[in-house]
Design a protein around this ligand. Structure first.
Ligand SMILES: C[S@@+](CC[C@H](N)C(=O)[O-])C[C@H]1O[C@@H](n2cnc3c(N)ncnc32)[C@H](O)[C@@H]1O
Length: 264
């Protein structure tokens, strides 16, 4: 699928915030990114996550069109939200397709303050372009090991309609945040009880071979989800799915990702 970044968003990230288009190498991590690196991320990977989220969720809503049509409120939790491309993509789609929605409450968790600050600026501008009211709660928490996951109970004291994680768990694998154990398994086990009965959990990640775990990430994701007893209701076509995003700094920028959608 192909998507073009909305003009207001293109102007905001490149002209006002100073984003740069600068693709990087595999196994990169962003948790320690300074302001300059965060702007490289913003100009390169934020538009990709925006497009991937917009496309994956539109496919899901097309097939499940009653899922949101009666709701006035929605809650979203994003694990490793960073600059929030996937949140902005999802909110844009929800605003276009579900005029019944009046309020969306978000909890955006990330250990990088630079990324969260940029996300909050973008969200503030997005609010001027959409009708639905957004209530955001950023959670600047750096998770060091699996015991730390329970710190999240404070910001996850209610269950959520949508829980998602885009390109974040790969960093836990690269940094051996859960020692050598399967990060997808631990995070899925922790997050699944926090989805509402009719809610969804979406894991999306890069599809590369990870040199730390010495495994292909989508294979590791599948093993982890199986060990966490998650039932996958929808997934990317084939081994990975390609999305294209165009913006002022690149036409048809290509991203390949793997995703798994889990219902309660
Ligand atoms: C590749 S970025 C993805 C950001 C965003 N989800 C997207 O798709 O554009 C990975 C994010 O995970 C966050 N992250 C990685 N390890 C983390 C940890 N141990 N605790 C909290 N956040 C972490 C990083 O700060 C970074 O923003």
């Amino acid at each position: 699928m192909e998507i073009t970044l909305p003009q207001w968003l293109d102007t905001l990230i490149f002209d006002e915030l100073g984003a740069k288009y600068s693709p990087s190498y595999s196994d990169m991590t962003n948790i320690d990114d300074d302001k300059e690196k965060t702007l490289n991320y913003l100009g390169t990977y934020f538009p990709r996550s925006y497009a991937e989220s917009y496309c994956i969720f539109s496919e899901y809503f097309r097939a499940n069109n009653t899922y949101l049509s009666n709701k006035e409120q929605l809650s979203i939790f994003d694990f490793g939200s960073g600059t929030g491309g996937e949140i902005i993509g999802l909110l844009t789609l929800l605003n276009e397709q579900f005029p019944n929605l009046k309020l969306i409450k978000i909890v955006a968790l990330d250990g990088n303050q630079n990324a969260l600050q940029i996300y909050e600026k973008i969200l503030k501008t997005l609010q001027m372009h959409i009708d639905v009211q957004i209530e955001n709660n950023s959670a600047p928490i750096h998770i060091d090991d699996f015991y730390d996951l329970h710190v999240l109970d404070k910001v996850m004291n209610k269950r959520f309609d949508i829980i998602m994680s885009f390109k974040a768990i790969c960093e836990f694998v690269t940094k051996e945040q859960f020692e050598r154990q399967n990060a997808y398994e631990h995070i899925a086990k922790f997050l699944t009880p926090k989805i509402k009965d009719d809610g969804i959990l979406l894991f999306e990640d890069v599809t590369t071979y990870n040199n730390t775990s010495q495994e292909w990430l989508p294979i590791m994701m599948d093993k982890g989800l199986m060990l966490a007893n998650c039932v996958i209701s929808k997934k990317n076509e084939g081994y990975n799915q390609t999305y294209f995003i165009s913006h002022s700094h690149k036409t048809n920028d290509k991203s390949k990702v793997a995703w798994r959608l889990i219902n309660k």
